[in-house]
Design a protein around this ligand. Structure first.
Ligand code: LP5
Ligand code: MN
Length: 241
């Protein structure tokens, strides 16, 4: 009895070791789990379900095998792959979830999300996010030729890396008040998210005197990172590829 959570793999053709690590993780861990939740930034970037990259077919086929074997898989969009759509989800046999989802697992009320919406101090990012989440802008983008979309994505990644260099660590972390409000809004005791690449399990003092937990997934740079929820509790696990 255990449910697994992962995020921030940033899969790309340029990082075959991470892809291999993910495929091994499926065989070693996911097939024995009750369910797998992918909490965004699964891919380095995503420009549309019509992108013919072989990596995408390799991943969808592996996830399809998993879901076909009876392990359900759920996906929440990240800030890199918010354009993953129904077509790719169907190819994987996975279910797309809204940006915030409350679960009840083995009696534990849990809130899951990518985590970028909690970074409310990063005002520039939140402004940018509202623009790229506009359905009309997304529709316009989807009509552009593949090449143009790839070029725009590469420019956005460059721009992002440039501006991130100038932002403080505090600005790019979650805002504590946003964490408390999200937990209260969803009446959850535990929050699981990724995005910040700062793996840890934090205690959160709630205004009602209760103690909540915020579990943060690590990014898959040189090792894997997962969170396991069982009837007994919650655990953050780092493992070699
Ligand atoms: O991703 P990461 O870790 O580098 O930094 C994030 C935030 N950056 C982003 C940008 C993504 O990396 C870009 C991914 C490309 C997606 C595929 C293309 C889809 C296009 C769809 C168009 C409809 O999310 C970064 C945060 C950081 O996390 C920490 O939280 O700070 O935020 C930014 O860098 C935003 C900047 O502050 C300002 C915006 C720069 C980009 C401007 C592009 C112009 C928009 C064009 C719209 C068509
Ligand atoms: Mn992210």
């Amino acid at each position: 009895m255990r449910t697994l959570f992962i995020a921030d793999l940033h899969l790309s053709e340029q990082e075959p070791a991470i892809t291999a690590g993910f495929l091994r993780f499926l065989q070693r861990e996911a097939y024995q789990a009750d369910a797998l939740y992918i909490l965004g930034d699964f891919f380095e970037y995503w420009i549309g379900d019509d992108d013919p990259q072989p990596l995408h077919r390799e991943i969808s086929s592996a996830l399809h095998d998993l879901t076909n074997s009876g392990v359900p898989c759920y996906f929440i969009h990240g800030n890199r792959d918010f354009l993953i759509g129904k077509r790719f989800a169907q190819e994987c046999g996975m279910t797309l979830l809204p940006q915030e989802k409350r679960l009840s697992l083995y009696g534990h009320p849990i809130l899951i999300m990518h985590g970028d919406t909690l970074c409310t101090d990063d005002v520039d990012y939140q402004r940018y996010r509202r623009k790229v989440n506009n359905p009309f802008i997304q529709k316009l983008f989807s009509w552009l030729p593949l090449r143009t979309r790839l070029n725009i994505a590469a420019k956005m990644r460059d721009r992002s890396q440039m501006t991130n260099g100038g932002k403080s660590e505090a600005i790019m972390d979650v805002n504590q008040q946003a964490v408390i409000e999200a937990l209260e809004r969803n009446q959850a005791e535990w929050l699981i998210h990724g995005h910040t690449h700062r793996p840890a399990i934090h205690n959160v003092d709630m205004p009602n005197g209760k103690l909540a937990k915020r579990a943060v997934l690590g990014a898959w740079h040189y090792q894997g990172s997962m969170i396991s929820v069982t009837p007994e509790g919650i655990e953050l696990i780092e493992f070699p590829f």
